[in-house]
Every structure is written in structure tokens, then in C-alpha cells.
Write a protein that binds this ligand. Sequence first.
Ligand code: C2O
Ligand code: CU
Ligand code: CU
Length: 544
Amino acid sequence: MYNTNKITKREFLRLAGVSGVVLSAGLAGIRPGEAFAKQKLLKKPSSNTAFVPDLEIALRADRNKVSILPGKQTSVWTYKGEVLHGGRSTLQAVGDSYLGPVIRVHRGQKVRVHFKNGMGEESIIHWHGLHVSQEADGHPRFAVSSGGSYVYEFEVKNRAGTYWYHPHPHGITGPQVYFGLAGLFLVSDADEQALGLPSGDHDIPLVIQDRSFNNRNQLVYLPGGPMSGMMGFLGERVLVNGKTNFALDVDTGAYRLRILNGSNSRIYKLAWENGMPVTVIGTDGGLLEKPVQRPYVMLAPAERVDLWVDFSAVPVGTDMRLKSLAFDAGMMGGMGNMGGMMGPGGRGMGMMGGRRGGGSFIIPNGDAFTVMKVRVSRQGQGTGGLPSVLSAVPRIPVDEAINIDNPRTFRFFMQRMRWTINGRTFGMTDVAPDEIVNLNTAEVWEFVNLSAGMGMMGMPHPVHVHGLQFQVLERNIDSMWEPMWDTIRDGFIDEGLKDTVLLMPGMRIKVLLKFEDFPGLFLYHCHNLEHEDMGMMRNYLIKA
Ligand code: C2O
Ligand code: CU
Ligand code: CU
């Protein structure tokens, strides 16, 4: 693992830039580049000879323009990808959107990624959910300035599943993701492939995000200044795969829908409008043991859910809808529109009843809306059915935890107008004594949302831990929050492995984590990106 200084700008251009078609947001191609890349590898001065990648790609963060709304194009940031070495289907563009290419890898592959920052401000890429070394994790201390680059080398140790990548520079992750930087990282493995789940054009990645636009079709982010992000950014339009009014065209077969909530702070309560139950086959850390059916699924920022859906009983010509249903987002005392009030557009108290202000709309967290349309347009193949057993989820026995009766507790609350964890905010390499764990141990951690009883509104916090996948042991809710809980309780899928959990007001969640393979400094934080940028993030140290 090495930093930018070892690859000069010119070397990078030679390595990555000049080798042909760059997979840009505007080009739907997939570039092989295999033979060409091999030659370059031989000449590459800075490569670590001990690490022989199966796959080598370049990702460049750059300014770009894409068409989102009718009329004028929208300025965005995009990751452009290129395969330097490896299979031609490794990178797949997401239509002509701003989203980074979907990266498809196989468990056990060794991956080298050349990140090149062409953005005009510092950045670094984080591989969300991947179990990698601290040097490959994209901690903000490794952020490279504009023009710089960073080389990642890691082996894919994760199970088959839906992971993702996004920027992680301190204080500006929110805007960088908002203006377009994010992509999916899909891992497959032999166990998954043996299941015969829907694949190819029946395996559909869906990234859900909310955005606000001004009347010149440009993205608007926290126009009221950073403090207006106290509740997180909430947009007025829902985008799927970078498009508004997204419609998915399907046949009457079975589909795997891999859904990422790539929003900065919006929470979704996903359900089929026609009342059909939601069939979940996977979450953050891969497939579940067996499929789970729910009336709806809660999806907080950074969480993923793998759905299986069979359209064989749906008549050709039917339009279905995936909705986000109404729920109580935890704002106390009828302050359900606080999110809107504090959000973009500068609406004040006077706007609480209405949604309109400054020429735009806003959708508060907890409001209902359509996420996308699904159009069953043609006859398909038979479904093949859904296996009743999907996977063996590798579980740590809970009695392996060294602190089973004494969980390490992390309280999420506001103090002196700052979002904190245990009263602390982020410092680049800060680690408190109670944030140090030992390699090769398992621990119980307890996340507590202290919104309740503080004479203020409640606030959900999606809690994320870097570097590993954990098990959810239990969720408890304070009795004063029962009415809120009743609107969301059926939507939590805690059966599998997770890296992000939605911690609602008044909630406690106990999780079981094991620190394996990689000592070092890793992050844990709220994945409401505005909270994260304001410092609701800390390091934990895994001591060898
Ligand atoms: Cu998805 Cu620390 O991040
Ligand atoms: Cu992460
Ligand atoms: Cu938060």
C-alpha cells in the first residue's frame, strides 16, 4: 500500500489515462484492456512485487455533466473506471448516470485500484463493508489532494454480497457523495453461484438517493450553510440509479434487486404498493440463511438489501410501484416536519404545514412517496424458484465475546449543538482508552440513541463500523418511543451480517463483532453524512 507521491502524475497518466476508452458516465461500454495492461504492469515502477493482482482497475474522480432533468445538463462529480488488467465484465456502467461503475469481483481475488483525484479538493475512496487492512480502508488520514493518487491493494475476503464505495475525506464526505461519487462493489462466490439466483439482466443493482435541484437543473446542497444540515440533508426528488421517475422494465421472470440506500440522510420504508410482501434474501454482509418475508423493509443510509421478486403471476402490461411508506421518523411532539424545516431551501417555521418554499418541494423523512415504477412488459422464462436455504451465515458464538455482561457502550447524542458519540467528536487520529480493542477477540458493543428525555426532538442515527461485518444480538426500545416503533418494527432485517444499523430514537442495539486479520485504526460513525461531516465519527484501534 502506498501513497500518491510514489506515482507521479505522468506515470499515472501513462498507467491509466492513455490506454483507450475510459468508462465514463456517458459511455455504456465495458473496457477489457487486458493485453495492454499486462505490458504496463511490467513497466510499473511502484508496484509491490509481493502482491500480484488478479484485477487491476483505475478510478478517477472528476467533474462531469449528465442529463438528469429535461433541459440543461447537471454538473456532477463522477468516478470513471477503467479495467487495466482482469475480466472485461469487471466494470459495468450504470446507464448514463453520474454513478460510478459497478465493480464485480469474486471472493478470493486480489484487487489493485488506482484512485486518481481530479476534483479540485482532497478525497479518498472507502470500500464500505469490506474486510481490508487499514491502508486499504480509505480512512480520511489517507486523503489525497487534488491531482494526487492513492493505490489500494486488497484481497476480497468478504462473502458474496452487495458492498459499495464512496469518498471519505473528513468534513466533506456529504457533498462529495451528494454531487455524485458512489458506486456498487458486488462480490460473488462459489456458494452463491451454486444457488442459481437470478443473474445477468435479472440481477439488478438499484441505488436510491434523494436530491434537490434549482431552476437551472443544478444540484443544491445545504444552501442554508452547514448548520442547516443539523438534521441531515433531505432532498425533494427521489433518484434511482441517478434518474428521476425511474421505471424498471421487467419480464414475468424472477429478479434479484440489490438495493443500496445511497442517500445522505434519508431513511426508506420500502414496500410494494400492491401489498405483495417483500422477500429479502440478503443484507449488508451477504445472503441470509433463508429468505425472509416482511410487509416492508427499513433501509437507512448505507444499508443494502437484496430482494427477490417473482413477476410470473403478474399480467403483462401491469405497472407496479415500489413505495416508501409513511412512518414516524422519531421527531417528537408533532415536529414531524423538522427535517423539512431544517433542510435545504431555507424554509422557516412558517412553512411547517406546507411543503412548498423557494420554488421547490421537500419530502421530510417519514413521508410516503413512490421510489420507482416497475413495468411488467413481456413474457419471461420460468422462475426456477427461490431456494429455501440460501447460505451458511458464519456466526461467532456469543459466549466468545470477552465482555458479554459488560458491553462497550456508545451513546449517540447532541451536546452543545454538536452531534457526538459518548460526548466526543472526530479527531483525525484520536483514540480514547475505551476505543481500543484487541486483535482476535470478540466483543459486544451497545449503541444507544439518547434522543429521549433530553427535551429535544429525536434523531435517527445509522451506525456504521468499518473493517468488518457484525451480528445484531438485540434491539430494545424505550417505552416512550413505542408509538414510533409500531410504525417501523417489522422492517428490520437483523438475521444476517451487517455493517450499518439504524439506531432510532430511544433505541439500544447490541451487536457482536470480532476483530480479525487486520490491526490498526478504523472508523465507526453515524452514516447520516451531515452528522459524520460534523464529527459524529470516531476511531477505534485494533491492537495486535
Ligand atoms: Cu460508508 Cu465510513 O462509511
Ligand atoms: Cu464503511
Ligand atoms: Cu447521526
